[in-house]
Design a protein around this ligand. Structure first.
Ligand code: SD4
Length: 358
C-alpha cells in the first residue's frame, strides 16, 4: 500500500498557472479513514503586509480558511483549499496540504530533498492535531516521504501520541509506507560541501528555517493543524526539534484557536511556544498579539534570542490569523475565499515594541 499523494507536481503546476509492524503493533491498533475532494482552484498570489489582515472583528467567523508558513505554503494551501472549499475536514486539508512540500525536492527543509543531519541522513519530524485533542507525532523518521501521514496513523491507529526512531520506522512499514531514498543529488552535494567547509553556518530564514506548519478552520467550524520538517540543517544525529512536539511546534484547541511555529526549535521547546500562543488567545489576545507576546517571552527569557529566528503563526476560532517573528524575513501564506495571499510577518528586532519581562 502506498501513501503517496495524488501528483503534487501537477497541483503545483495548476497553482502556478492560476497565480499561481506487524503483529507487535496490532495490540495498539484502533481504526480510521481519510478522504479528499477535488475541485478546480481559483487562486491569486499577492504579497502584502500582515497588518492589513490581522485583528478582524470577532463578530463574524471567516471560514473555511487555511494558513501556513513560508512561501511554500502557497501551493500547500492550494491543495488544502481543494478539500476545504468542498466542505471537507480541516484534518484532511492540513494533511494533504503539507504533502505538497513534503514531496517537492526543491523544498529543502521538508520531506524529500530535505537537508540531512551532520552524518548525511535525512531525518524527519512531524505532528498533526485535530479538533478533539487527538494528536499524533513521529520523530527521527527516515526514508519515508510523508511523515505527516505516519503521524496521522499514530493518532488514529494507536493509543499513543508519539513514536520515534526505529519504532516509528517499523510502525510506518507495518502501515504500508514505502521506504525510499530522500537524499537527492542536490542535498548530497550541499552536504558534502558543508563537510568540506567545516563550520559552514546555515543562513537564518533560508536553509534551516523552512518547516511547514499549516492550520485550517473548516466549514464546520473545526480546527486542525499539521507541522512537518527535516529539521535544522546538518543537525547532530539524533537531534529532534520542536516540530513533532505537541505544544512546542503545533497546538490546537478547538475552543480557542491553533498555532504553529518555524525557526530554531530549541527556543520553542524551552517555552512550549505554540501552547503559549493558544493560551494567550484564550485570554483574549488577537492571533498577531498572541504571537508577538510569545516571541517577547522568548526574548525576555533567552539571552541569545537575537542569534536565531522563530516565527509563530496563529489562527483563531473565528478565522482570524496573525504571525510574529524575531528576525525580518518570515512570511506566511493565507487562503480565504479562494484568494491566496503571501504576507510578511512583523518582527521583534525591527519593532518598536519593548521586550516585556512577562
Ligand atoms: C526545527 N523548527 O527542527 C525546526 C526548524 C525549521 O526547517 O524550522 N526547519 O528546529
Amino acid at each position: 500500500m502506498s501513501h503517496n499523494p495524488s501528483p503534487s507536481s501537477q497541483r503545483r503546476r495548476d497553482f502556478l498557472k492560476l497565480s499561481a509492524l506487524g503483529t507487535f503493533f496490532s495490540s495498539f491498533l484502533l481504526s480510521s479513514k481519510t478522504m479528499a475532494a477535488e475541485k478546480p482552484l481559483v487562486s491569486t498570489a499577492v504579497s502584502t503586509s500582515a497588518a492589513s489582515t490581522t485583528a478582524t472583528s470577532t463578530a463574524r467567523v471567516r471560514k473555511p480558511v487555511v494558513v501556513s508558513t513560508w512561501e511554500h505554503g502557497m501551493p500547500a494551501n492550494a491543495a488544502a483549499w481543494q478539500i476545504l472549499s468542498t466542505g471537507g475536514k480541516a484534518l484532511d486539508a492540513v494533511e494533504q496540504g503539507v504533502w505538497v512540500p513534503e514531496a517537492d525536492p526543491n523544498v529543502r527543509t521538508v520531506g524529500l530533498g530535505g537537508y540531512p543531519d551532520a552524518s548525511g541522513e535525512v531525518t524527519l519530524d512531524a505532528c498533526i492535531m485535530d479538533h478533539q485533542m487527538n494528536c499524533g507525532s513521529v520523530a527521527y523518521l527516515k526514508r519515508i516521504k510523508h511523515p505527516i501521514s505516519v503521524a496521522r496513523k499514530v493518532m488514529e491507529q494507536t493509543s499513543h501520541v508519539m513514536l520515534v526512531g526505529e519504532g516509528a520506522q517499523q510502525f510506518a512499514k507495518a502501515q504500508g509506507f514505502i521506504e525510499e531514498n530522500l537524499l537527492t543529488e542536490q542535498s548530497k552535494a550541499d552536504w558534502l560541501q558543508w563537510l568540506q567547509s567545516g563550520a559552514a553556518k546555515p543562513q537564518i530564514n533560508l536553509e534551516n528555517h523552512d518547516t511547514i506548519g499549516m492550520l485550517a478552520l473548516d466549514a464546520h467550524g473545526n480546527l486542525a493543524g499539521a507541522c512537518t520538517t527535516s529539521g535544522a540543517a546538518y543537525k547532530l544525529p539524533g537531534r529532534v526539534g520542536d516540530s513533532p512536539i505537541i505544544g512546542a511546534g503545533l497546538y490546537v484547541d478547538n475552543e480557542v484557536g491553533a498555532a504553529t511555529a518555524t525557526g530554531q526549535g530549541e527556543l520553542m521547546m524551552k517555552t512550549v511556544g505554540c501552547h503559549l500562543v493558544v493560551e494567550l488567545m484564550r485570554q483574549g489576545l488577537s492571533p498577531t498579539d498572541a504571537c508577538r507576546k510569545a516571541v517577547e517571552r522568548i526574548a525576555a527569557r533567552l539571552p541569545n534570542f537575537a542569534q536565531f529566528q522563530v516565527g509563530f503563526l496563529a489562527l483563531s476560532k473565528t478565522g482570524d490569523t496573525g504571525a510574529f517573528c524575531i528576525q525580518p524575513g518570515f512570511n506566511y501564506a493565507l487562503q480565504y475565499q479562494g484568494i491566496s495571499t503571501l504576507l510578511d510577518a512583523d518582527n521583534l528586532l525591527q519593532s518598536a515594541t519593548k521586550v516585556s519581562s512577562s
